[in-house]
Design a binder for this molecule. Sequence first.
Ligand code: ATP
Ligand code: MG
Length: 414
Amino acid sequence: MDRYKKVRGMHDIMPGETEKWQFAETVLADSAKLHGYREIRPPVIEERMLFERSIGASSDIISKEIYSFQDRKGRHLALRPEGTASVVRAFIESAPPIPGKITRLYYYGPMFRYDRPQKGRYRQFYQFGVELLGGKHPFFDGEAVALLDFMARKLNITGYYFAINTLGCPKCKSAYTEIVRSALSAKEDSLCEDCRTRLKISPLRIFDCKNAECRESAACAPAVTETLCKECLDHFGEFEEYVKKAGIPCKKQSGLVRGLDYYTRTVFELYVNGDENAVAAGGRYDSLVRELGGADTPAVGFALGMERLISIVNFKLEKTPSVYLAAMGKAAALKGISIVKELRNEGIAAETDYEDRGLKAHLKNADRSGAQWCLIVGDRELEKNEFILKNMVTGEQENISEDTYLKRIKELIK
Ligand code: ATP
Ligand code: MG
């Protein structure tokens, strides 16, 4: 019979890996909470139109990568390709806006994009993201980068930096778009087919093309900072002051744009030296809440790709103390029921095998289970009200009495 395989672009996260994920998830959530963020859990399915309106119909995500379908009632739905649109939708839908109020939200979960599968690129992948709604001051942008920096340090990531740039307010952004369009029109022949379309519809995306040649051609366009209005320049200047003061490693990159339409002003990406792909990316999106039907609400946020993050963290995971119980014979097995219960109640992981096995087979099991200790209980031991405790790492063993075994194991584990 044919065996089922995982669908292209999907991946299983297996034991051995999941421990790393759980560790990173805890560090990220704790970091976000320390910065005042609270968790939001929007659904995975939304109206397709929500993504089209926010990310942009001509973006790669919408034009090539979105998983969309019609349900039985003919609704046009999509699996979320990113989190911001859902968070903003929920924010608008859940409560009337309170002027001046800052809302800090974080989310975590799977995203779906029909990307070309390769290292660090899947069709279902996980993002951890934060959104700060209601903050206009450039120091909020700084604080978003500072939170990412905090997370990177908590995960002992080294050799990273932030690429930073600004796209300007909507007015500056559209003026700059025209400048880039006319600068690159002369280079149309050197652009890939996609970028020739981008030149017409959304020329800034050429900076973000996966094709190095297109990016080189785009580099001849004037830097965005040359064309910004005073307010946009000041905004970016103050953001730079914040990250400098906070000691965050940043590199100004005038070609940094984002593949999503909603960004205005500050944009940033987190890179680890030597890696081509960003681990996290984000920026300011001051018009999105209004464009999706909400009140005027400036906002800034980022999303961090978990698969890429997990691949660069140096994990030193602590093992939880664990005991394998080798109970031999019916009487020992019955005694074992209360032993494993007591161990687990004390926060010590315990496992056993109920099949009737000899000591050798039990020890093999204990070894495979990864337990640090094996507690051996047989008829002979029961008679003397005694167990044998074997250290699976050193091989040493000692006799311990039934009355004090728990105390002794707790002592040893410390
Ligand atoms: P890229 O340029 O690498 O395609 P992107 O601009 O599409 O990235 P964003 O939409 O900014 O990515 O998503 C933020 C983060 O999510 C990325 O920095 C990356 O870590 C992660 N990410 C995006 N797409 C994928 C994917 N297909 N597989 C795994 N992680 C992804
Ligand atoms: Mg992409």
